[in-house]
Write a protein that binds this ligand. Structure first.
Ligand SMILES: [Ca+2]
Ligand SMILES: [Ca+2]
Ligand SMILES: [Ca+2]
Length: 399
């Protein structure tokens, strides 16, 4: 499908935009953007430029104009929330280079059902975590020049940074924390939710109009949070992959929220994340959350060619690799419109500049991808490259 045609279809459905600025009515947002303009969320900071989840990365995202910074939260042994993508810190820190921690390495740890090996945040005190340094988790495609230089921040330090940087710039800098593997943390006796709300309260952010969204791939902890805090909540919607025909596919551990998997409830265990994209699922989410955070293919998927019928996508571009450049966009779904109809905001992920991550329709231009999603009415984008996202939003709003 050609991009211009997709954009025309998006524009034809633009009446749905009239229902969109629900977010704006609740939260005036920073003065640099107008109420109702889509949010730019600095994914893990500015993950395209700095190691994930460092104060330096978050600060760069803010400098680039991100409205929100996005700390993923896990707990240390002494119950402090720190910003890491996973409880498993093997790929995002230099812990493997610390001989004093060699004995902490573990095998077969089940975070979400699938056994993992390595070092886990909950085996370290905060003081020990502070002796580690962040490293680039994608060393083959992103710069490693900052490896070993930046500390692992606590959530409280992230909140303090957002406040200080916002004051300096005369605008609100929002925080968009994600509770990582809430069931796992609960089973460890280190539940995330009360600690998260306490940190927000100490920072003066535990109020309805605070520039805060809490996100989770699990459902039951969002329902608990709905009773614990007035801040906005977002149900993340994951999947495993996209089939040749554009169908979204599900496989463990990306098949359903982990709390459903271990619930013992046959109804929940029969569902996938796809349930959240149905009308019944959206109705349910609207009872405890303010928005959804779906993976991009839920809004517009892509198809692949399999001329040699081996069941796998072909290298259409002929560059010897099979990646997003070999795929074509499908027709947009009705998800954004149906979410808006229920008063739910839609924040989708993840936007990245690397050409191999862009469908052929975009011709290697990351701005074209943002333009399409903005035209489809999304209320926010999680971006590894916040400067590109901000530029794309400016171009989109300039028409
Ligand atoms: Ca995240
Ligand atoms: Ca093939
Ligand atoms: Ca190719």
């Amino acid at each position: 499908m050609k991009l211009l045609r997709v954009l025309a279809i998006a524009a034809a459905g633009a009446c749905s935009l009239a229902i969109a600025p629900i977010a704006a009515a609740r939260d005036a947002g920073p003065p640099s953007r107008h109420a109702g303009d889509p949010l730019v969320i600095g994914h893990r900071g500015a993950a395209g430029y700095r190691p994930d989840h460092t104060l330096q990365g978050y600060k760069l995202a803010i400098q680039m104009g991100a409205d929100y910074i996005e700390p993923d939260l896990v707990a240390t042994k002494d119950g402090v929330l720190i910003a890491r993508h996973e409880p498993n810190i093997t790929g995002t820190t230099d812990v493997a280079d610390h001989p004093e921690f060699a004995g902490r390495r573990r095998v077969g740890v089940e975070v979400d059902g699938a056994p993992e090996n390595g070092w886990f945040a909950s085996d370290f005190t905060l003081a020990e975590i502070k002796t580690l340094r962040a490293v680039q988790p994608l060393p083959d495609e992103r710069s490693t020049e900052f490896d070993g230089r930046f500390e692992i921040p606590t959530f409280d330090e992230v909140l303090a940074l957002a406040k200080a940087e916002g004051r300096k710039r005369g605008r609100a800098v929002g925080v968009y924390p994600e509770t990582k593997h809430p069931t796992y943390h609960k089973h460890l006796g280190l539940p995330l939710e009360r600690r998260l709300v306490d940190s927000l309260r100490r920072a003066g952010l535990n109020r309805r109009n605070a520039p805060v969204y809490i996100q989770s791939f699990e459902q039951s902890n969002l329902r608990r949070l709905d009773r614990m805090t007035p801040v906005k909540l977002v149900q993340l919607v994951d999947a495993n992959d996209v089939a040749l025909d554009g169908t979204i596919t599900y496989a463990a551990p990306f098949d359903r929220p982990y709390d459903w998997t271990i619930s013992g409830d046959p109804v929940l265990r029969a569902r996938t994340f796809g349930y959240f994209a149905t009308n019944a699922g959206l109705d349910e989410i609207a009872r405890y959350a303010d928005g959804i955070g779906p993976w991009k293919p839920y809004i517009i998927s892509s198809t692949a060619t399999d001329a040699n019928r081996d069941g796998n996508p072909d290298d259409v571009s002929g560059d010897g690799k099979v990646d997003e450049r070999d795929r074509e966009l499908a027709l947009p779904t009705s998800l954004v419109r149906r979410a808006h109809r229920r008063g739910l905001e839609v924040h989708t992920w993840t936007f990245r500049n690397e050409p191999r991550r862009l469908a052929s329709d975009f011709g290697g231009d990351p701005l074209a991808e943002y333009e399409l999603f903005f035209a489809l009415g999304v209320d926010g984008v999680f971006s590894d490259f916040p400067d590109t996202a901000v530029a794309a939003r400016a171009a989109f709003l300039a028409g």
